[in-house]
Design a protein around this ligand. Structure first.
Ligand code: SF4
Length: 227
C-alpha cells in the first residue's frame, strides 16, 4: 500500500534527543495547514499515486491543539471529500480522550509512539515524556477497539488497529532488551506492528536495528510503501 507519509509540521516543543526535529535541532522548519494536507492527499489519491495518508506531527502549542489539527485533516477528508482511502494518524499520548475517540472514528489505524525500549532510556533522552502516559494511551486505544468490535452499534474505532514506533539506536540498549520490549508491547496492547527505527541523530545502531528495515529523514513528507 502506497501512503503519503507527511508531518503537519516538523516544529516541536519537545526536545527528544534522538529526534532530528527536536527543539534544539537547527533543521529548517515548515508547517502545512490542515487544508493543504487535505488538498495534497486528494490530489495524489485522485491520480492513483497513493492509497492513503499517514499523518504525524511535531507538538505545536499543546498536545490537544496538535491532536485537533490532525483530527481535522482526517475529518475533512472523510466528511467533506468522501475520501475512502486508508488513514493512519499518529496520536499524541496526553491528548484528551474525546480527541482520540474522534481520531479513531475517522482513521483506519492509530499509533502512539513508545519512543524507546526502556523507561531508563526515556528518562535520559526524553525526560518530558512519560512511559506511563504512553502505555495508558495504548491501553485506552485497545479497549476502545475491542468495544467497537464487540458491539456492532458502537462507533467505529480504528478498524485496522494500532501500532507503535520504537527508536533503537539512541543509546546502548542491547538487542535482547529491544526485542523483549517489542514482544511485551505486542502481547499487552494487541499491536499490529512495532516499527523499529534508527535515530537520525545517533549512529550506534544495535544489531537488531541493522537487521530490520529502517529509515528516518528530516523532510516533512514523502510517498512510501507501507506493509
Ligand atoms: S520525537 Fe516527536 S515529540 Fe519528540 S522531538 Fe521529535 S517530533 Fe517532537
Amino acid at each position: 500500500m502506497w501512503l503519503l507519509k507527511i508531518l503537519l509540521t516538523n516544529f516541536c516543543l519537545y526536545d527528544c534527543q534522538y529526534c532530528v526535529n527536536c527543539r534544539s535541532s537547527n533543521v529548517l522548519r515548515a508547517r502545512f495547514t490542515p487544508d493543504e494536507v487535505v488538498t495534497l492527499t486528494m490530489d495524489f489519491y485522485r491520480c492513483n499515486c497513493i492509497d492513503g495518508l499517514f499523518l504525524s506531527s511535531g507538538v505545536i502549542c499543546s498536545s490537544n491543539y496538535t491532536m485537533k489539527q490532525l483530527v481535522l485533516v482526517a475529518k475533512t477528508l472523510r466528511q467533506k471529500h468522501g475520501f475512502r482511502g486508508y488513514i493512519h494518524l499518529k496520536t499524541i499520548p496526553d491528548a484528551d480522550d474525546e480527541l482520540i475517540e474522534q481520531a479513531g472514528r475517522y482513521a483506519d489505524r492509530l499509533s502512539v509512539n513508545i519512543e524507546l525500549p526502556t523507561e531508563i532510556s526515556l528518562a535520559k533522552l526524553a525526560p518530558k515524556k512519560s512511559g506511563h502516559t504512553i502505555k495508558l494511551a495504548m491501553g485506552n486505544s485497545r479497549a476502545a477497539s475491542e468495544e467497537s468490535e464487540a458491539e456492532p452499534r458502537a462507533p467505529r474505532f480504528a478498524p485496522a488497529g494500532q501500532s507503535t514506533q520504537m527508536i533503537v539506536s539512541a543509546d546502548e540498549t542491547d538487542d535482547r532488551t529491544i526485542l523483549g520490549a517489542a514482544e511485551t508491547l505486542y502481547g499487552s496492547y494487541q499491536l499490529k506492528r512495532v516499527y523499529i527505527r534508527r535515530s537520525a541523530r545517533y549512529r550506534t545502531a544495535p544489531r537488531a536495528c541493522r537487521r530490520m528495515h529502517h529509515r528516518c529523514c528530516a523532510s516533512i513528507g514523502c510517498i512510501r510503501p507501507t506493509f
